[in-house]
Design a protein around this ligand. Structure first.
Ligand code: ATP
Length: 457
């Protein structure tokens, strides 16, 4: 079948409790979304998969969880106060606000007018004030972080000394970021509050280009390991004029988020960016970086974030390779890629969400074939309880078996376990596979091990 568009996913997500429009009972809040019972599980599973891959499966990466609100000076020296802006234009006809860099043909996508204002920079950082001070007290002004990365750079020396690391090593962080986007939209693709999974990998200058390429390949593979088809992923080399002020090279991994558009109409958009940030960040936050004229560039920092190599007796600022992905865009791509439809023998079309088992919100649904038979219900409930510590299982008896299967297929549950009359005799249950609809009889005592084995493959 052809790929689903985002609207299909929005409707499934709302119908089944993955994602709801936020503040809906008060008329909503533009482009804000709440993750429901299944959505929160899916997000957590994406984050766990990323953390396992980054931190547990390697031996050169540490984790961190830094504050959302940081000292304002962090954003001064990172360059965000001056440059973290999008070019904003207004349509003179319909007054819509637009991002100049996202307009393909210089026309307002709302009314088609070409009468647009000149672009002007619009800073994307949300402002707030700390403490019981006057609203306009400039000393109380702080920002909600627009990226998690800076929290890692300012902790570079802390992590280095406490973990006794040597280059190369990385620091990974998952957390919320906030950007006052000019044109949020497309469901959870672009929102003002979102979650990032970022890792800053510190290397010797000179090794940066090779390591950057290794991370590009590794990140692409990670998305395919999550079950996303390689046909819907591609690499995009950012041209020089698109590069951020700190970047030597950036390659994005793009996903085909907009399959309904024609090829030349931006079918693809960013899922993850992998940047070579050079030594910009550690240098800019250091107390005594000197430029060519010997001028002191940062009088506010109390720390020098350079690195001393014991073996070569050299001191330098490490280069940084940064794979930065969005939790929400990963969730969206995973949902889009998993969506499929299948017609059963009665000619009814069923939605099947072929999520990778590690991402599925529920791993097994325990279903009694007859809910009016207390012994069957009791056995099914006790099976659910016994599985629960090892894997996320649910019990459901609120419909006929066909309906219960369809419900689980639609939310991506890899296995349904049916308890029937025969189970009371032979202590066995039927395990049904979501993707093949094949059924197999398994002894109750072997069920947990059997399911865990199936989930691993
Ligand atoms: P874009 O060009 O789409 O605005 P970006 O290049 O500014 O994105 P980065 O700063 O590289 O994004 O952030 C890393 C990742 O964070 C992105 O690849 C994306 O997955 C996620 N992300 C960034 N902005 C948003 C947003 N407003 N809503 C949801 N996810 C976002």
């Amino acid at each position: 079948m052809s790929a689903p568009n985002i609207e299909t996913i929005v409707s499934l997500a709302k119908r089944r409790g993955f994602v709801f429009p936020s503040s809906e009972i008060y008329g909503g809040l533009g482009s804000a979304w709440d993750y429901g019972p299944l959505g929160v599980e899916l997000c957590n599973n994406v984050k766990q998969a990323w953390w396992r891959w980054m931190v547990y499966e390697r031996d050169d990466i540490e984790g961190l969880d830094s504050s959302i609100i940081l000292n304002r000076l962090v954003w001064k020296y990172s360059g965000h106060e001056d440059t973290f802006s999008d070019p904003l234009v207004d349509c003179r006809e319909c007054k819509t606000r637009l991002r100049a860099d996202k307009l393909d043909d210089g026309k307002c996508p709302n009314c088609g007018s070409t009468k647009l204002t000149e672009p002007r920079p619009f800073n994307l950082m949300f402002q707030t004030h700390v403490g019981a001070t006057a609203e306009d007290d400039p000393n109380a002004l702080v920002y909600l972080r627009p990226e998690t990365a800076q929290g890692i750079f300012i902790n570079f020396a802390n992590v280095l000394t406490t973990s006794r690391r040597k280059l190369p090593f990385g620091v990974a962080q998952i957390g919320k970021s906030f950007r006052n986007e000019v044109t949020p939209g497309n469901f959870i693709f672009r929102t003002r509050e979102f979650e990032q999974m970022e890792m800053e990998y510190f290397v010797r200058p000179g090794e940066d280009e090779r390591v950057h390429q290794e991370w590009i390949d590794s990140c692409f593979n990670w998305f395919t390991r999550l079950g996303i088809s390689g046909d819907d992923l591609r690499l995009y080399e950012q041209p020089k004029e698109e590069l951020a002020h700190y970047a030597k090279r950036t390659v994005d991994i793009q996903y085909r988020f907009f399959p309904e558009r024609s090829e030349d109409e931006r079918q693809w958009d960013e899922l993850m960016g992998i940047a070579n940030r050079t030594d910009f960040d550690l240098r800019t936050h250091s107390k005594k970086p000197e430029d060519a004229d010997g001028k002191r560039l940062n009088p506010d920092s109390t720390e020098d974030l350079s690195y001393f190599d014991e073996a070569t007796k050299e001191r330098f600022y490490p280069y940084v390779i940064e794979p930065a992905a969005g939790v929400n865009r990963t969730v969206l791509s995973v949902l889009m890629d998993a969506y499929s439809e299948k017609t059963n023998d009665k000619g009814e079309t069923r939605v099947i969400l072929k999520l990778h088992p590690s991402l599925a919100p529920i791993k097994a649904a325990i279903l009694p074939l007859a809910k009016n038979k207390p012994e069957i219900v009791a056995l099914a409930r006790s099976i659910k309880r016994s599985l629960q510590p090892a894997l996320r299982a649910v019990y459901d008896d609120t419909g006929g078996i066909g309906k219960l299967y369809a419900r689980q297929d639609e939310i991506g549950t890899p296995f349904c376990v049916t308890v029937d009359h025969q189970s009371l005799e032979d202590d066995a249950v039927t395990v049904r596979d979501r993707d093949t609809w094949e059924q197999e009889r398994v002894k109750v005592e072997d069920l947990q091990e059997d399911l865990l084995k199936r989930l691993r493959t």
